[in-house]
Write a new protein. Structure first.
Lengths: 170, 170
């Protein structure tokens, strides 16, 4: 199935000069959605994955679905103040300002084999932070899986020490 | 499977006097996650559902997974300014202030049979708004499915005209 055919290009969003890759037509198509979930999960089926983790909000779109496909649990990583239990936190720089993400401390056991997921690999800034956060709890990052990779932004270089899979590349 | 056993009670979050029902232990457990996805989907298997829709961020946790379980597509409803294409919008009152949600206009055909999903039914304010938004595009709301229902907050009464299913009640 040619999943790229379900991605819609939208010029000048969210700002002039940016070409936005809109995945909502893919999500809306039952066959494309099923194929995307399988394509995200498939390369990691033999890697002993014990949990899938993702950062809100867009990471949640595929997080539980891929966890279900792999027969494992799902660990949500959230913006500061949303998780109610004891958390590990990590702050990281954005283009303008800073952001802080959190995960429940009891979501990860030392050595736990975690697959990280997001819909989009752009500069990789959020994913670098999410991986570091998981590693503060001694998670073993088995790999990173993305639906769309914007290769020109070189996120893959920033995440160089991890095994990276992307379903669609631009 | 007794899914309630995987919900953690956290007193005084996000503010004193509130008892927060934390679903993250359920998400983290592979069998509980799988059972929850099935329990959310199962009552609607024979209703000709054509799409599952959910509001970010927590609604996304189960949205695609339940869409996949039903063999249909997923329609994300987002906060204002996040969706790149032509949208329908709806503003609604919160306890303090207002919020606006959006959906892509081309995500819904008139008469399309949509199942709405969220992890939590509390007062029902966001879900009322989400249903109204879908109906501005002439969606047919087949039902609403929630993982957790806080019955004391009477969200069910505000959503009285819809068919409502909840997996766990308090």
């Amino acid at each position: 199935m040619e999943l790229k055919a379900f991605i819609r290009d939208i010029p000048d969003f969210p700002q002039p000069g940016i070409l936005f890759r809109d995945i909502t037509p893919l999500l809306a198509d039952k066959a494309a959605l099923a194929a995307a979930i399988e394509a995200l999960a498939e390369p990691f089926r033999k890697d002993g994955v014990e949990a899938v983790a993702a950062v809100e909000a867009r990471g949640f779109i595929f997080g539980s679905a891929v966890a279900r496909a792999l027969g494992v649990g799902f660990v949500p990583i959230r913006k500061q103040g949303k998780l109610p239990w004891r958390t590990a936190q990590l702050s990281y720089d954005l283009e303008y300002g800073q952001d802080t993400i959190e995960v429940h401390r009891d979501a990860i056991r030392p050595g736990m084999r975690v697959l990280m997921i997001d819909d989009l690999l752009a500069t990789g800034g959020t994913m670098v932070a999410a991986c570091k956060l998981m590693e503060t709890l001694e998670a073993k990052i088995v790999g990173l899986t993305f639906l769309v990779e914007l290769t020109a932004l070189a996120g893959r270089d920033r995440l160089g020490t991890y095994r990276i899979h992307s379903v669609i590349q631009y």
